[in-house]
Design a protein around this ligand. Structure first.
Ligand SMILES: Cc1ncc(COP(=O)(O)O)c(C=O)c1O
Length: 461
């Protein structure tokens, strides 16, 4: 049995009890989802891995629940189960599922105006560009269909602008399926990230890597003089949340400038920090910003922005084919539907006022989880980034991606994900992230806190 902690000590998790509880929760999950289970088994005949996209296999329980309806911060599945959704499409639905203004924009485009894919501009794009400038700073914007592509094309521009070949990333970052980024730092030096599928070249040829918050390491790597751009999230969000230490982001900016290296803030997830992401909340000054997922209110879109000076430089560069087959662009990128949906989302849903409410909910969620962790003396921590928060199985919170990776605990992940799902709360499958949308309520947050407390008590019983 679990030992009660001495004063000031942490509770010890009894692994055999955890294994027993996981078995119980798996059985419960299976009994709640018979129709999803059948649908999954049948789909194995025609779909790779039995799912439309293989990430969907990350859900615990052996198969994902099949969605029936999704509105605001609620989902129902085809077995009739209802969920409060804190996953929100891993940020793709941060605006809530199918928000009204986006529904109207989609209906108007298809029903009245027609033609989302004409390869001609509509006026919404310039509105969105100006709004992204107001929020994030860079003044010239271009569109993609995903955050991955925004990063890919921004990296290409950075290479062209600097005439340097390499990029630098922080260990255990994630920026989409961008070949150059699947590298981690290790005691024996940098190496390809475990499981990297079909890498075109050894990523050490394209990329330098250092741990987040390691200013000396960054200085040393940039000193080689071959790094075109540092691609970073201002806080890591894909290996739990790792916050920058005081002064670290200023040092990143000073060092990149000193070494002639450009700097990209990838705000795809850190947008949760406020209407202009961390870039505005923390007064950062990157050369480029990339973003995707949430800004289209569920319609595929990504965007990258750069300063007017860099934009002029690239458009005047006669060796850079920006108009035809130069390696930057996509047939459906910048389409009328994407930019109309993005305008509707930014103008009416993910507004400055909406962020105030979302961040207040993030505060409430963090306080609730933190109270459970402290009162049970669990060796865990919770880290908040505005409207997003995530618990991690270590205390104090990790300082680097490497430390956070070492704190991964797949058994605890599975237990908590199944426990919450079986009681009507959906968490992000890849990690323990919860995101607040404009449609999320205080009651939703409190429901999670109660279920999380019950899961902890069951574990420690
Ligand atoms: C920080 C960051 N950038 C980019 C991406 C890529 O987004 P997408 O898969 O929508 O292209 C992700 C995806 O999780 C991300 O977390």
């Amino acid at each position: 049995m679990t030992q009660p902690p001495a004063a000031g000590a942490h509770a010890v998790i009894d692994r055999s009890r955890l294994t027993e509880l996981i078995r119980r929760e798996r059985d419960d999950y299976a009994s709640r989802h018979p129709t999803s289970r059948q649908a999954f088994a049948a789909a194995g005949e025609s779909l790779l891995g039995g799912v439309p996209m293989t990430w969907m296999l990350a859900y615990p329980g052996g198969f994902p629940a099949y969605v029936a309806t999704a509105r605001g911060a609620r989902l129902t599945d085809i077995d009739g189960n209802e969920f409060i959704d804190f996953c929100l499409g891993d940020t793709g639905a941060m605006a809530g599922h199918s928000p009204g203004p986006v529904r109207e924009a989609v209906a108007r485009l298809y029903g009245e105006l027609g033609g989302p894919v004409t390869m001609l501009p509509t006026r919404d794009a310039a509105w969105v560009g100006a709004e992204l400038t107001r929020r994030f700073g860079p003044t010239r914007w271009s569109f993609t269909l995903s955050a991955t592509d925004a990063n890919r094309w921004a990296i290409r521009l950075a290479r062209q602008l600097t005439r340097r070949q390499k990029i630098l990333v922080f260990s255990y970052c994630y920026h989409g399926s961008v070949d150059e980024t699947f590298i981690v730092a290790g005691p024996g030096g940098p190496h390809s990230r475990e499981g990297n599928v079909g890498a075109p070249v050894d990523p050490r040829e394209t990329t330098r890597v250092v741990e987040f918050n390691d200013a000396d390491g960054l200085d040393r790597e940039l000193a080689a003089g071959d790094v075109a751009v540092v691609l970073m999230e201002p806080a890591l969000t894909n290996i739990g949340i790792v916050l920058p230490e005081p002064g670290f982001l200023d040092t990143v900016r000073e060092l990149t400038r000193a070494h002639g290296t450009l700097l990209i803030d990838d705000e795809t997830h850190t947008f949760s920090a406020g209407p202009g992401g961390c870039t505005r909340a923390w007064n950062l000054h990157p050369d480029m910003v990339t973003i995707g997922k949430s800004i289209g209110g569920g319609i595929p879109v990504g965007a990258y922005g750069l300063s007017a000076e860099l934009a002029d430089q690239i458009m005047k560069d006669e060796t850079a084919d920006m108009v035809d087959i130069g390696g930057v662009g996509g047939t459906l990128a910048g389409n009328a539907l994407s930019v109309m949906a993005t305008r509707a989302t930014l103008e009416h849903v993910l507004t400055d006022a909406a962020f105030e409410g979302m961040i207040a909910l993030g505060d409430r969620y963090t306080a609730g989880v933190s109270g459970v962790i402290e009162s049970r003396a669990l060796p865990w921590s919770i880290i908040q980034l505005g409207a997003r928060a995530e618990y991690r199985f270590c205390s104090p919170p990790p300082r680097t991606g490497g430390e956070s990776n070492a704190a991964a605990d797949p058994q605890l992940d599975e237990y908590l994900h199944l426990y919450t799902a079986n009681r009507g709360v959906l968490m992000t499958p890849f990690h323990n992230m919860a995101l607040m949308s404009p449609a999320t309520t205080e009651a939703d947050v409190d429901a999670h806190t109660q279920i999380f407390a019950a899961a902890a008590d069951d574990l420690l019983a």
